[in-house]
Design a protein around this ligand. Structure first.
Ligand SMILES: [Ca+2]
Ligand SMILES: [Ca+2]
Ligand SMILES: [Ca+2]
Ligand SMILES: [Ca+2]
Length: 355
């Protein structure tokens, strides 16, 4: 009985293998045939003309493309220095509750593209590695630096793409001109790397669509020009990213002044998001809807260098309350004389004589 059972199982396995082999994608069945091809009689191959053709493509295009490009780096960023810091950024991690949490102003203001949504759309999950708490920019003359401080370091457990980015607005009109991003930066990646680092430009000026900053459905092609792709581009050392070795929750970018195409002053703001990152979808409030765009945190804008023009992206800083006139400190002097008519009036800060 066991033998019959075994035989049936074997038959089923054989059938299963055959079916599986037949239903497997081309690439999977090509491999063994390629390996055997040189040993096969020449007459066999022409019968399956389409099969020999494919394998010659696959070894050449995929592995060769990855190995033949060797990027030589000549200059590496040093230790970042920062001169500018955001005046503030909301701490969702501090306020979040799994039940009843809402995103709301002033942290989240859709019509000024300020998003505080380090949560799932149903508010049920908080993503600590998306929640930006602060951001800085600076320069040491050779490099510019930009960093984001997060609620905590982390990577998506579900394998979704994680992107940190900065937008640089050279003419300070609220429309970003340069987008710098790093994708899936290693959780222990404390050495400067170009892996996952890309930079784009908006050369036709349509980031922001019909209305700068504010949402509209007239978005264009966003940041359409990829100028740096993980070391590929005019300068293999143009832009880098890492985690601060002293605190993994600080994401740091370094880029050469050339990225700013001659500008020493610019407005900047940052972001962190989960999911597909599409440079053509900027401004994100133009390409998405308020009810569906979640799992993202963005900052308000701040100026590096001098301010060329005001725009509504700029972080709102409440003016200092009008300082009260400084009250004179009353020091009680001795009475003018020993006459008991003198009575001390502290509110007037003086002695008065009543006879
Ligand atoms: Ca924010
Ligand atoms: Ca935040
Ligand atoms: Ca817009
Ligand atoms: Ca564009």
């Amino acid at each position: 009985m066991k033998k019959i059972h075994f035989a049936i199982v074997s038959c089923l396995l054989a059938v299963a293998l055959l079916v599986t082999a037949c239903s497997m994608p081309q690439a999977a069945v090509e491999q063994p045939i390629v390996n055997e091809a040189p040993a096969q009689p020449a007459a066999v191959l022409p019968e399956k003309t389409e099969i020999p053709a494919a394998p010659t493509d696959s070894p050449v295009s995929v592995p060769a493309a990855a190995t033949e490009i060797s990027i030589v780096h000549n200059s590496l960023p040093g230790s970042p220095v920062y001169q500018k810091q955001l005046p503030g950024e909301c701490n969702t991690g501090f306020n979040y509750q799994p039940v009843g949490y809402q995103v709301r102003p002033p942290c989240d203001v859709w019509h000024t593209a300020l998003l505080e949504r380090a949560v799932s759309a149903d508010m049920g999950t908080f993503y600590h590695y998306l929640d930006i708490l602060s951001a800085q920019t600076g320069t040491d003359g050779d490099w510019y630096y930009a960093s984001l401080d997060l609620f905590d370091a982390g990577m998506p457990a579900d394998g979704v793409t994680l992107t940190y980015f900065f937008e640089l607005d050279l003419n300070q009109d609220g429309r970003g001109d340069i987008l710098l991003a790093v994708e899936n930066l290693d959780l222990r990646g404390t050495a400067w790397t170009v892996d996952g680092v890309r930079a784009w430009r908006d050369l036709n000026g349509d980031v922001g669509g019909a209305t700068a900053i504010g949402p509209d459905s007239q978005g264009g092609d966003g940041y359409e020009t990829l100028i740096f792709d993980q070391g590929l581009g005019d300068d293999p050392d143009l832009a880098w990213a890492r985690r601060d070795p002293d605190r993994y929750q600080r994401i740091e970018f370094a880029f050469k002044p050339a990225l700013l195409v001659g500008n020493g002053s610019f407005m900047w703001w940052g972001g962190a998001m989960r999911g597909d990152f599409d440079p053509a979808a900027f401004d994100l409030v133009d390409a998405n809807t308020e009810k569906t765009l979640y799992e993202i945190d963005t900052t308000c804008g701040w100026i590096f260098g001098h301010e060329k023009a005001y725009n509504a992206r700029k972080c709102f800083v409440a003016p200092d309350p009008t300082p009260k006139p400084k009250e004179d400190v009353c020091v009680k002097p001795p009475p003018p004389s020993s006459d008991p008519c003198y009575i001390w009036f502290p509110e007037k800060c003086q002695w008065e004589c009543f006879n």
